[in-house]
Design a protein around this ligand. Sequence first.
Ligand code: FES
Length: 106
Amino acid sequence: MDDGERWVRVASAGDIGPGDMTPVEAAGHSLALYHLSDGTWHASDNTCSHAYALLTDGWLEGHIIECPLHGGRFDLRSGAGQGAPIEADLTIYPVRLDGDDVLVLL
Ligand code: FES
């Protein structure tokens, strides 16, 4: 791609069950990878947009991730913050599967 984006393998799909999440490092990014209970995959920055906390230390409920520090919530389908104390949306990244490989577009 001419804008520098590329698909990067970040995990094996079989290692992350539905309803689970894991931190991953890829191409200098600290990411959170989510396998939602509906079977879809999502990725975001792992650092909360509010202050410093890792979202993978928080709680995953459906398509919502809740930050462990102040309880801020984000919709993983869009990155949209779900009210106070969140003022900035979360950066999310496209995810696709290639066999057992989970790829994120960075
Ligand atoms: S650091 Fe995440 S809600 Fe405050």
